[in-house]
Ligand binder design. Structure first.
Ligand code: FAD
Length: 735
């Protein structure tokens, strides 16, 4: 295969795809990257090497080929849609095998430890200045070491994945085989199947096969006659796997005619999620490891027992894939019984469909009675962290080990954050969220938000964020969920009163290029981001001759706030224009919901109340000339200027009761000019409370209460607030 000039990578944030993106960019290939679960720091890393990150799986220019990760199903909608481009679509492994077919490949294979050994080998080769390209399926624990790289050299170092069958395309120069335990039971019916896959790779190896000693006697590993074979000594006990890995790296050096004698291996940064110590003090260690096979679990737990023989070992285990869990359940249970306390998380299916036989509960029956009774399955982080318990300086020290290859990494880091912070969940939230956000995302602690509202009263938010895109928004929402931290949105703050004591959770504002965009879709429709100002939408529509947007002039909010409030004026409401809205729902899904299916009422939209409005498609009521539309806008402006005050306010404070306006009732009750401190009822419009300067939120609230009571006394009607009180229920203040 000739190196393509332009590729589209699907599932680009995955541990296999990301190093490939780095390799391709290094080789000068234009890379467009899509991943529907792309988070930070992956997005920034892709962008920093010049990959173009797409928000939809639609390439900007036709690529020469498409490469998909195994997490992207070959028969799914995404691939079906992209097949229309008529370019080859490869599985990652097949593509890489062809891409490097003319290179001298150093291949690392095995059921366990591939990434650790490949990472160490790469690092050692770099230390001695040997020129080579590489790809490794895990991140180094040092930001200075990328997981993929291209240099002009005949040599490539890679770990080869046996899980999806693409191993068949590789023809290494040197193969290092670390071990061969039955795994990937969905592909290999039995141990012999896996042995055959490795043997075939050995027979395609040109220069040398390096085997862990015991492998030569296990199974029927077939070695090509003229290929050299050498051996390294594996583990004596499961716990000494780090030493065995080291011997494997030296064996490759020797096969290449290189020496690592001068390399100080104590400086090797290690690989993320491999024996990674997330927190440690005299009372507790929290360690995460990727072990997801019984052999790996045995090795890791034994090794940790040696590190802290006297400390209680609390193990949190999440099985990876239903097929593996079903096939190896008794072996998992046996190895996990080394734990003093065991906690389980639901099986991580990866891309496998749910299979009852592979559910984590199936391990329980094989556990020894000591653990069977005490072991629970935890579906939420809060109950898991309660079950483990916080460390106590007085109590016996322990070690908490998070073991597995699924999404338990999130909980492991969240749990460690609870220890690194000053003990409160709000602080732990900050500790956890910050490294997961790009530098472009504004993320501030104790940020004044009252002054950001049009009323200009109230205190600070414990956390304030302006996520730069929807992945970062999801990260923030997800982190709030993990730590049970309340969150709320702010648009322009034109319908919002911030209490003087502020907000104890996270305030999110959708601001910046990603959220403010207003783009024409057809001659009478626009796609508008939630952060766009209503006034800008009105101007934009007017320029394009789109009728129906005129009433937005003079409403000082953003589209997000307007959707939540179903903002309206002069007989129009925003939902008169809405064709669909996309929301980030509380369960993390993004849903595009047609306007006619939304639960919308007077100053209310249920879905924007529960979820976060991201963007909407707005349709004009017709087309007209710029002059005609401008005339309507000017007329509305005139009316508004006559009837509404210009001073600081939150717009209408109360909802209009049926048949009568709240402003008229307030006027009739003789409340115009009524004031509490700096808060005063407008002389021009009774439903406006103004901040005459220096008002406190408590004064505004007190005035609202007074107006409400007086209107009740005079007209027997109880006005309901339209304006929002951030993070609080009005009931608390008005009843
Ligand atoms: P904010 O006030 O910041 O927030 C309002 C609510 O929306 C909050 O609950 C917030 O959490 C939520 N929210 C914000 N963004 C999102 C999002 N992306 N997803 C989900 N929820 C979100 N209103 C009218 O209807 N008609 C008028 O004519 C009118 N005139 C006004 C005149 C003045 C001088 C002022 C100060 C206000 C006026 N308002 C009017 C009120 C206000 O401008 C509107 O309600 C506006 O739509 C609020 O938008 P915002 O961006 O300021 O929202």
């Amino acid at each position: 295969m000739r190196t393509p000039r332009r590729t589209l990578l699907l599932g680009a944030g995955g541990m296999g795809m990301f190093p490939l993106a780095l390799y391709l960019r290094g080789a000068g290939v234009r890379v467009e990257a899509y991943d529907d679960t792309l988070g930070e720091p992956m997005r920034s890393k892709l962008e920093s090497v010049g990959a173009h990150v797409l928000d939809e799986p639609c390439p900007i220019k036709k690529p020469d080929c498409i490469v998909r990760s195994s997490a992207v199903p070959p028969d799914g909608d995404m691939i079906r849609g992209l097949s229309a481009l008529g370019v080859p679509i490869y599985r990652r492994g097949d593509f890489v095998a062809e891409l490097i077919s003319r290179k001298r490949l150093i291949a690392v294979v095995g059921s366990h430890g591939k990434s650790s050994v490949t990472g160490k080998l790469i690092w050692a080769l770099k230390q001695i200045g040997f020129p080579f390209s590489y790809m490794v399926g895990a991140s180094f624990r040092s930001a200075a070491e990328p997981s993929g790289s291209f240099v002009k050299s005949p040599w490539v170092v890679m770990e080869i994945d046996e899980s999806d069958g693409t191993i068949e395309g590789f023809r290494p120069w040197i193969t290092l085989a670390l071990n061969c335990d039955w795994d990937h039971v969905d592909r290999y019916e039995d141990h012999d199947g896996l042995v055959r896959a490795f043997s075939d790779l050995f027979s395609r190896t040109s220069k040398r096969v390096i085997l862990e000693k015991s492998l030569s006697v296990k199974g029927s590993l077939c070695l090509k006659k003229y290929c050299e074979v050498s051996f390294f000594r594996g583990t004596k006990t499961p716990a000494d796997f780090n030493e065995a890995n080291h011997r494997a790296v030296e064996a490759v050096g020797e096969a290449m005619g290189l020496s690592f004698d001068e390399v100080d291996f104590s400086l090797f940064p290690g690989m993320e999620r491999r024996q990674e110590v997330l927190f440690e003090d005299e009372s507790r260690a929290i360690v995460e490891d990727y072990a997801h096979h019984p052999t790996e679990i045995a090795a890791f737990l034994e090794m940790r027992r040696k590190v802290f023989p006297e400390r209680a070992m609390k193990v949190v285990f999440q099985p990876h894939r239903f097929s593996r869990t079903r096939a190896l359940a008794p072996a998992f249970a046996e190895e996990l019984s080394r734990a003093d306390e065991l906690m389980l998380m639901p099986t991580y299916g990866a891309f496998e469909p749910y299979e009852a036989g592979g559910a984590v509960e199936n391990l329980l029956g094989s556990l020894p009675p000591r653990l069977r009774e005490s072991t629970g399955v935890f579906e939420d982080f809060h109950s898991l962290s309660q079950a483990i318990g916080m460390r106590s300086q007085a109590g016996a020290p322990d070690q908490v080990l998070f073991v597995g290859a699924g999404n338990l990494t999130k909980w492991a880091h969240a749990f460690a954050s609870l220890h690194c912070a000053d003990g409160t969940e709000a602080d732990a939230f900050g500790h956890y969220a910050r490294p997961r956000l790009s530098e472009s995302t504004v993320f501030l602690e104790n940020h004044p938000i009252g002054s950001m509202t049009t009323m200009g009263v109230g205190g600070s938010a414990k956390w304030y964020a302006e996520p730069v895109n929807k992945e970062e928004l999801k990260t923030l929402v997800d982190a709030c969920q993990l730590f049970g931290l309340p969150r709320s949105m702010i648009g322009r703050g034109s319908n919002l009163i911030v209490p003087d004591h502020g907000y104890r959770g996270l305030i999110i504002r959708l601001r910046g290029a990603f959220w403010d965009s207003i783009e024409p879709r057809t001659e009478d429709t626009l796609i508008v981001g939630s952060g766009a100002k209503l006034n800008d939408i009105c101007k934009f529509a007017c320029k394009r001759g789109m009728v129906g947007f005129e009433f937005l002039e003079g409403i000082p909010g953003t589209l997000g706030g307007a959707l939540r409030m179903n903002a309206g004026a002069m007989g129009w409401e925003i939902f008169d224009l809405v064709e669909w809205v996309s929301f980030l729902m509380p369960d993390g899904r993004i849903m595009e919901i047609p306007g006619c299916e939304l639960e919308v009422g007077y100053r209310f939209c249920r879905e924007a109340y529960d979820g976060i409005a991201l963007r909407a498609k707005l349709r004009a009521q017709g087309l007209g000339t710029h002059t005609e539309i401008r005339k309507v806008i000017d007329e509305m402006f005139r009316k508004r200027s006559k009837s509404q005050p210009r001073q600081a306010s939150s717009g209408c404070v109360f909802r209009n009761p049926p048949e009568v306006s709240a402003g008229w009732l307030i006027d009739q009750a003789g409340l115009k000019g009524e004031h509490v401190g700096g808060a005063v009822v407008s002389d021009l419009h009774g439903n406006f409370i103004l901040n005459k300067g220096g008002a406190k939120a408590s004064e505004v609230i007190q005035l609202i209460r007074r107006v409400r009571e007086r209107v009740k006394d005079s007209h027997g009607l109880l006005l309901e607030p339209e304006v929002n009180l951030l993070g609080e229920s009005w009931n608390r203040y008005l009843s």
